[in-house]
Design a binder for this molecule. Structure first.
Ligand code: FES
Ligand code: FES
Length: 163
């Protein structure tokens, strides 16, 4: 099958790739770029395990062909932090037991990251609505919501202290 050249900016790095028209973005991220944080759950746009940010929007990367992402800026969970310096959302998920098996967690945190960019002061209802496209089969959501609200509070407190 013929391949198409695409250029992506992924986590701040330019990537030039040859992809087949049928290749989904999630597989290109995981198998060609070795970014295994975004997970494959359902492949049918339901679970959100594959969530990444594309040009400032949360996108389920199993719903998009890689060729459609040509020229975009993509952030995966790997782009949010380093192992030595976790993102506040990652710290709060750990502190408030926002995960059990962890399968949904990269997508959940990537979604929460965008949610807090769009709404830095969310109510509990805003958070629940904002993560409605990300499913977790383990936690019952209580601690996920708590973790996101705690992260929002810490980000806002740091910003107030800096002003
Ligand atoms: S794997 Fe993409 S939404 Fe489930
Ligand atoms: S922590 Fe297991 S699916 Fe969410």
């Amino acid at each position: 099958m013929s391949k198409t050249a695409i250029k992506l900016n992924v986590n701040g790095k330019t990537e030039e790739l040859l992809v087949e028209p049928r290749e989904l973005l999630i597989y290109v991220l995981r198998e060609k770029l070795n970014l295994t944080g975004p997970h494959v759950g359902c492949e049918t746009s339901h679970c959100g395990a594959c969530t990444v940010e594309i040009d400032g929007k949360s996108v389920k990367s199993c719903t998009m062909f890689a060729v459609q992402a040509d020229g975009t800026e993509i952030t995966t969970i790997e782009g949010l932090s380093t192992p030595d310096n976790l993102h506040v959302l990652q710290r709060m998920f750990r502190e408030h037991h926002g995960l059990q098996c962890g399968y949904c967690t990269p997508g959940m945190i990537t979604r929460a990251h965008r949610l807090l960019q769009e709404n830095p002061n969310p109510t509990e209802e805003d958070v629940r609505f904002g993560i409605a496209g990300n499913l977790c089969r383990c936690t019952g959501y209580q601690n996920i919501v708590k973790s996101i609200l705690a992260a929002a509070a810490e980000i806002n407190a740091a910003q107030e202290a800096a002003e």
